[in-house]
Design a protein. Structure first.
Length: 267
């Protein structure tokens, strides 16, 4: 009976430890903007990159030879996936397109897997590209290029084509999603601020009536999950409870009934 009560108490403690994990897990990013609109343009540089949310598709029209830029936010524990589809003109030669992703410090991030450079055959109607980044970490060494929370930039351009195809009209569709990896990628540390260029710069009317430059509006509100808490603490608590149960069970099995053994008379 005593062991049963101990097991019941341990299971109750385990449930209480797992409760905050479900409550504190950050909710996924919305699948569309609040007004339901879809971005229909792209920037031509990092400073003018069109902002999109995760789960939101964006379209843009341009010409072969243009650099098209978008930006999206990514937080700790997320593994971003960026996909792009380029619709080509009816008549064209062989073209090679490339999709690059940069972090808030404009460091090019390597694709963990996915075809971020592909060649479209002559007269192909479209070409698709994809890049799956590494999991975003909460902290990293200054010399490392690990993905960190903040703004990520997407650059789409053609890198090889014939001279006769330069300047032909094309259209592109880009989408950024992510998979929540959780505590498996947790580290002991966090950034003071996410890597969001211009996070301290706000759109505001100047005295002369002009607006201040805004590099990105991401991070202008709370919601970044970087911090000490992760679901790794839940599994730490689970391990501690299981170790305690193993110790209690071993003690109960080895101590016997607790009564002194009988001693033969005359000994």
């Amino acid at each position: 009976m005593r062991i049963t009560r101990v097991l019941g108490g341990a299971l109750l403690a385990l449930g209480l430890a797992a409760g905050p994990a479900a409550a504190d897990t950050p909710s996924p990013s919305p699948s569309a903007s609040s007004d339901g609109s879809t971005p229909t343009r792209a920037g031509t540089s990092f400073r003018t990159a069109a902002e999109i949310e995760q789960g939101q598709s964006a379209t843009a029209s341009g010409s072969t030879g243009d650099y098209l830029y978008w930006s999206f936010p990514a937080d700790v524990g997320q593994r971003p996936t960026v996909k792009a589809t380029v619709k080509l003109p009816q008549t064209h030669g062989s073209q090679t397109w490339q999709l690059d992703v940069y972090d808030g410090l404009r460091r090019r991030q390597a694709c963990q897997y996915g075809a971020n450079t592909r060649t479209a055959a002559q007269d192909a109607s479209q070409v698709g590209l994809a890049c799956v980044l590494r999991t975003v970490r909460g902290w990293s060494e200054p010399w490392a290029d690990d993905p960190l929370p903040g703004t990520y930039y997407v650059r789409l351009t053609v890198v090889d084509l014939g001279a006769s195809d330069l300047g032909q009209p094309v259209s592109a569709e880009v989408r950024a999603d992510s998979k929540d990896i959780g505590g498996a990628a947790a580290v002991d540390g966090s950034l003071a601020k996410p890597l969001v260029p211009g996070i301290a710069v706000k759109s505001a009317e100047q005295k002369d009536g002009s607006k201040a430059a805004v590099l990105s509006s991401f991070g202008s509100h709370d919601g970044w999950s970087s911090g000490w808490w992760s679901d790794r603490w839940v599994w730490t608590a689970v391990g501690a409870v299981l170790a305690a149960l193993a110790g209690i069970g071993g003690y109960a099995l080895t101590r016997g009934s607790g009564r002194p053994s009988r001693v033969p008379p005359g000994v």
